[in-house]
Design a protein around this ligand. Structure first.
Ligand SMILES: Nc1ncnc2c1ncn2[C@@H]1O[C@H](COP(=O)(O)OP(=O)(O)OP(=O)(O)O)[C@@H](O)[C@H]1O
Length: 258
């Protein structure tokens, strides 16, 4: 099993019109589930896109399994899986056609793609829809296809951007179980989400991104101890500085009446 850090980020900065990530540094060892949190617009998706080689115009260094994401983009993409929220699915394809396409991109052998795809679709209760165009698929059905597509080539590092979005309660339990088992096998999961209670229970290490910086990094117990607070929701609110929910809700209702 790979024992060196699987992700090394040094002095990562990225700006669009304004700075989004500002001198981010961290290393991640194999088998960890990282919960990556931050307010809307904090730069979580941007971080994941940099780490997975989709954005290359950043400053600083990012290494994935010892490889520079900018110098070895193909090999990096072979070792990682990316499960986005609401990705652009090729709607006019069927799940099996889409998964064939993804498998071929990863240079997997056709018979293996076929078997694996059908097995995984069956586990997600989508076998009967394997040959149905995805145009009329629900959000949850699409999310299941995206999950399978991101995992099909059995990557070592899995980036997940709000992966439970749209899934029903049974599918959520199943996916969490699958992800925990993958981590036990030594896979690394970098998991961005707004669902605090899932991250609280699920992540080995929690990082909070705010105003371009990592402002907290530790186990849930360590963050609880540091902030003298019980729930991750409270810790998040405390650290990201929004204490005005009650008055904001009141203002919102007033504005609606207006
Ligand atoms: N392609 C782009 N061009 C210009 N600005 C962008 C682009 N992509 C993201 N941004 C800006 O960068 C900032 C970070 O966006 P990002 O999507 O990474 O945030 P996030 O933490 O994932 O947010 P959310 O929780 O809402 O999904 C935002 O201010 C966003 O408007």
């Amino acid at each position: 099993m790979y024992t060196e850090p699987v992700i090394t980020v040094s002095h990562l900065s990225k700006s669009y019109e304004k700075p989004v990530l500002n001198d981010i540094n961290f290393t991640i060892t194999p088998g960890q589930i990282i919960g990556y949190l931050g307010p809307n617009g904090a730069g979580k998706s941007t971080t994941i896109k940099v780490l997975s080689g989709m954005i290359t115009d950043f400053t600083g260094e990012v290494q994935i399994m010892g490889m520079d994401v900018r110098k070895d983009p193909i090999e990096v993409k072979r070792r990682i899986g990316y499960i986005p929220e609401n990705a652009l699915l090729y709607d006019t394809l069927t799940p099996i056609e889409y998964l064939r396409f993804i498998g071929l991109l990863h240079k997997m052998e056709s018979a293996r793609i076929e078997k694996k795809s059908l097995d995984l679709l069956r586990i997600f209760d989508l076998q009967a829809k394997a040959d149905t165009r995805m145009t009329a698929f629900s959000k949850g059905m699409r999310q299941k296809v995206l999950l399978i597509a991101g995992l099909l080539h059995n990557p070592d590092i899995i980036f997940l951007d709000e992966p439970l979005s749209g899934l029903d309660a049974n599918a959520v339990i199943l996916v969490k179980e699958i992800l925990s088992k993958l981590a036990l096998e030594g896979k690394t999961l970098f998991y961005s989400s707004h669902i605090m209670d899932v991250v609280e229970k699920f992540a080995h290490r929690i990082m909070i991104l705010h105003q371009g910086k990592i402002i907290a990094d530790g186990t849930f117990a360590e963050l609880q101890e540091r902030e003298k607070t019980e729930s991750l929701e409270q810790i998040f609110t405390e650290l990201t500085g929004n204490h005005a929910h009650q008055s904001q809700a009141g203002e919102f209702i007033e504005a609606l009446r207006g």
